[in-house]
Design a binder for this molecule. Structure first.
Ligand SMILES: *Cc1c(COP(=O)(O)O)cnc(C)c1O
Length: 497
């Protein structure tokens, strides 16, 4: 299968797209021919996660041999990486509401769903492309991608990984997970600023030919583990397909029955994966895009205008503190009916003015399929408390934003109540001990671990093993730099290879 860029560059091999991450013209790779309506329940019935993963992924990566893809899937979605056989279990919260738990991987966030598999795809792509240079994965993280990418790539031969996280925003637990990272091919650096600063810098670096030449002389090429990479996006489609199959398997919906999906959104990767599943034939109804106070997407779905000229807020759901959602470009591409010229022009507008808009016709199209809703921090805490007190189920702050968005949308459209709704749960609540303590009025300890002991004692929720083990590990990466020095940091790291 060939890929093309949302801005026009075409005829790119899938392994090339995987390896490069971002197209030369600055666009994002999308399949040249999308596998539209290529899935039916009959293909999926009674299959397990790994089997469904194979069915979905071979549509995006048909050049991979069956044996290679199957082995990658078995290794990625194994019992050493996930603490449940279901991989992405559905928790039935209410009669028509299921929580899709995406936090059972090694780092307790949904990023593990893709980043457990992605390194295998990348290693294979290196082989297929005859790439002999070392691959340096550059990653900007709003909190969870960094750790998941570090775990996925640690000590993978031929690869190195550099993670940048912003000092403003990531939770203490997220920071500690990264600062204590193990492995001999990893580097983690904090930058003064916010996530958008880090992400913008890396996006520019990927298309900087001088830098590419400079590192090429050192026998190195860059790649990205951010959700702009098609190797991140495709594995995320799997759990929406698997969820549909499971809902039908257990009789929660009929095979032709439409269900809604609520996704706590930052970079628009996870919700785009749900949209991909819909385009592939899964009967997804409304996609509810949940945001925190950084509600640029809520405003877009209301008005058809994406306006980045606004303040950036740090919130209790840091992985959604994003104003420039990079996967939104892929969405623009599809709603323009895959028109690369239009998409390119819109992205140029966005760059020039900080703003872009869609046409009336496109807006109508979007209205039938998407809704944007946001919750602020006070609401987020209230929801954690309310859901815990009512149903005994503990939400992390990101998932709480999604639950709040579901409630608000239901209030505005009571008819939605007749439909089954799936809420994507993107992180384990134990990644955010201060918020949980505040929401449930539990005493905070001197360290995050003490707080978690208290939360565990009150709620009975077990400590995820990897978080417990973190306590006694040593701090390895505590450097903080200005964003102007990111380039230097990368070159210094390369000199240690
Ligand atoms: C990354 C992340 C999000 C946002 O996902 P996108 O794909 O960037 O929209 C939401 N919640 C958590 C916990 C995350 O780690």
């Amino acid at each position: 299968m060939n890929y093309k860029s949302t801005r026009g560059e075409s005829n790119v091999r899938e392994t090339e797209a995987l390896l490069k991450g971002l197209a030369n013209d600055g666009g994002l790779y999308v399949p040249e021919t999308f596998p539209m309506n290529s899935l039916t329940y009959e293909d999926l019935a009674d299959k397990n996660y790994q089997e469904i993963a194979y069915i979905v992924l071979q549509k995006f990566f048909p050049s991979f041999s069956k044996a290679v893809l199957k082995e990658a899937i078995q290794s990625a979605y194994s019992q050493s990486n996930f603490d449940t056989l279901d991989i992405a279990p559905l928790h039935s919260l209410l009669e028509r509401v299921s929580v899709l738990e995406l936090f059972h991987g090694r780092t307790q966030a949904f990023k593990d769903m893709a980043l457990s598999l992605f390194p295998y795809l990348l290693v294979e792509a290196r082989k297929a492309e005859g790439e002999t240079r070392e691959t340096l994965i550059l990653t900007a993280t709003s909190g969870d991608t960094g750790k998941a990418a570090l775990e996925g790539f640690k000590d993978v031969k031929g690869t190195h990984i550099q993670v940048f996280y912003p000092t403003d925003g990531v939770s203490p637990m997220q920071q500690e997970q990264m600062q204590k990272q193990e492995g001999n091919n990893v580097n983690v650096t904090a930058i003064r600023g916010n996530f958008d600063d880090a992400q913008q810098f890396l996006k520019r670096l990927f298309v900087d030919q001088d830098m590419a030449n400079e590192v090429d002389k050192k026998g190195v090429m860059f790649s990205s583990a951010n959700s702009i990479n098609i190797g991140r996006l495709a594995p995320q489609v799997v759990y929406y397909v698997a969820t549909y199959a499971r809902l039908v398997d257990i009789g929660a919906i009929h095979k032709d029955e439409v269900f809604n999906v609520v996704v706590p959104t930052g970079n628009f990767g996870n919700i785009l994966a749900a949209y991909y599943a819909k385009m592939m034939g899964i009967p997804v109804g409304k996609l509810i895009c949940a945001s925190n106070r950084n509600n640029v997407l809520t405003d877009f779905f209301k008005t058809g205008v994406y306006n980045m000229n606004r303040p950036f807020y740090t919130t209790l759901s840091p992985s959604m503190d994003i104003v420039e959602s990079s996967n939104f470009e892929r969405f623009l591409y599809y709603i323009s009916e895959q028109d690369a010229d239009v998409t390119k022009k819109r992205m140029a507008d966005l760059k020039a003015t900080g703003e872009l808009s869609v046409s009336e016709t496109e807006k109508k199209q979007i209205d039938g399929q998407f809704a944007g809703v946001y919750c602020n921090d006070e609401e987020t805490k209230a929801i954690i408390e309310q859901v815990y007190n009512s149903y005994g189920y503990l939400l992390d702050p990101h998932t709480a934003v999604a639950f709040g968005a579901y409630m608000k949308e239901l209030h505005a459209h009571p008819e939605d109540g007749a439909r089954h709704t799936v809420i994507a749960a993107t992180a384990h609540p134990f990644k955010f001990p201060p918020v949980i303590c505040q929401a449930l009025d539990i005493r905070e300890g001197d360290t995050p671990y003490d707080s978690l002991e208290n939360i565990s004692a009150v709620t009975g929720v077990a400590f995820p093993k990897p978080l417990e083990a973190l306590k006694d590990k040593e701090l390895r990466f505590t450097k903080v730099i200005d964003k102007e020095n990111m380039r230097h940091e990368i070159l210094d790291f390369i000199d240690t290879f």
